[in-house]
Design a protein around this ligand. Structure first.
Ligand SMILES: [Fe+2]
Length: 402
């Protein structure tokens, strides 16, 4: 290990600290609008200070940045940083914050730099085992900074990827390590909050990409997808090795939303049902007409046995995870604890009032993300990162709504 690495937290280390609820503070030196749009969040509150770099210091000619930080911090921050416990310096790409952390250490603080900054944190993935038996393995692949969840299902040496993120090497690497052959790639719906890796991965592997046809049309442009794909229909049954997977057509969040019932026990709900919340029905610009669809879809979900384990495509807070860090809950548990499901019992009118009054703002980037996901727009890596900046806002309760 190099000396530099000692003073660095990788995104994986940051995730570990967040997951364990470690006590630390954050000094984020990005601009205020960047910070307001997206910050590091854990299971509980984190003492976080946002002081934009240019407000923090006036660099004198030929002055070393760390020296300027050491000069500015006592004067400008006074006692606003904790003297005990780690402080994580954060910036957009992890370069400026290296010097900030170094300056803080010269003042005696226990400071670390977030390696790669928010860009690396945004692209970090974690893997958790949901189920691992001889018949069936289900892996939950999370992208913690964005609250995105995707899945690798495997049985009899075959594997299926569901709701793949654009960094598809995470799935192909895991499949290769485990000796699985990916035979199908599936999107539960046309994703609006992140760029899907589904089409590219299916093409690279020479396997089928599955999508409900309703979700192959951009809801604003009303233009069809430019790629070919296999149509998923409601009640279609797929066989993966020794298990069967039933597709349930449950419109509401999108018109072509599909949930996958795996082995009659696990339900991959896409953006229909989350742990704390439910999917927002307004992303197609038709909240009034799509809300009754969502209402009926959620009612249908509640006819499934209580033991059915819900595996959603998103989370809004790390506290939604169980003790193992996995985002899952049974229908029986959600029936009583999920706010959206509890509202179902009050009838469509009350449900609609609740939904339409709980809608987070509409992120403009979602229009272009869907253009990319239907093949109507091509973007480079810089634009892709820009579109995916910030947490997902697919649930009706959001960070802002709190
Ligand atoms: Fe979605």
């Amino acid at each position: 290990m190099t000396t530099r690495k000692i003073h660095v937290w990788s995104p994986a280390e940051l995730h570990r600290h967040l997951n364990e609820g470690s006590r630390f503070a954050i000094l984020d030196v990005r601009n205020r609008d960047e910070f307001d749009a997206w910050k590091i969040e854990g299971k509980g509150p984190i003492q976080t200070l946002n002081i934009p770099y240019f407000d923090l210091l006036d660099l004198e000619e030929d002055e070393e940045i760390a020296a300027a930080v050491a000069r500015a911090v006592p004067e400008r921050l006074k006692d606003r940083l904790p003297r005990s416990g780690p402080i994580l310096a954060v910036c957009a790409k992890g370069d400026t914050s290296t010097h900030v952390a170094e300056g803080l250490r010269r003042l005696g603080y226990q400071a670390f730099n977030l390696e790669g900054g928010m860009a690396a944190w945004g692209d970090h993935y974690e893997m958790l085992v949901v189920e691992e038996t001889r018949r069936l393995t289900i892996l939950q692949i999370s992208r913690p900074a964005r609250g995105c969840l995707s899945y690798l299902l495997s049985s009899g040496g075959e594997a299926m990827v569901v709701d793949a993120a654009r960094h598809t090497e995470i799935y192909t690497r895991i499949a290769a390590e485990r000796g699985w052959r990916i035979t199908g790639v599936f999107d539960t719906h046309l994703q609006a909050d992140h760029l899907s890796g589904g089409v590219a991965m299916a093409r690279a592997l020479g396997v089928d990409y599955w999508l409900h046809p309703y979700d192959s049309i951009h809801p604003d442009d009303l233009l069809p997808a430019t790629f070919s794909f296999r149509y998923v229909e409601g009640e279609m049954v797929f066989t993966l090795g020794e298990v069967s997977i039933r597709a349930l057509h449950l419109p509401g969040h999108t018109l072509g939303m599909i949930n996958l019932l795996v082995d009659d026990r696990y339900l991959l709900t896409g953006d229909t049902l989350f742990i704390d919340s439910i999917g927002r029905p307004d992303l197609g610009g038709r909240a009034n007409t799509w809300t009754p669809l969502l209402y009926r879809s959620l009612q249908r979900l509640l006819t499934l046995p209580d033991r059915t384990v819900v595996l959603p495509a998103h989370f809004s807070h790390m506290r939604e995870a169980d003790e193992q860090g996995c985002y899952r809950a049974t229908i029986g548990a959600l029936r009583n604890h999920n706010d959206g499901l509890r509202m179902l019992g009050q009838g469509l009118a009350a449900f609609s009032t609740y939904i339409l009054g709980s809608m987070p703002k509409y992120p403009q980037s979602y229009d272009d993300i869907r253009r990319v996901n239907t093949g109507l727009l091509q973007v480079d890596e810089t634009k892709a990162s820009e579109l995916e900046l910030g947490p997902n806002l697919c649930a009706i309760t959001s960070h802002e709504a709190e």
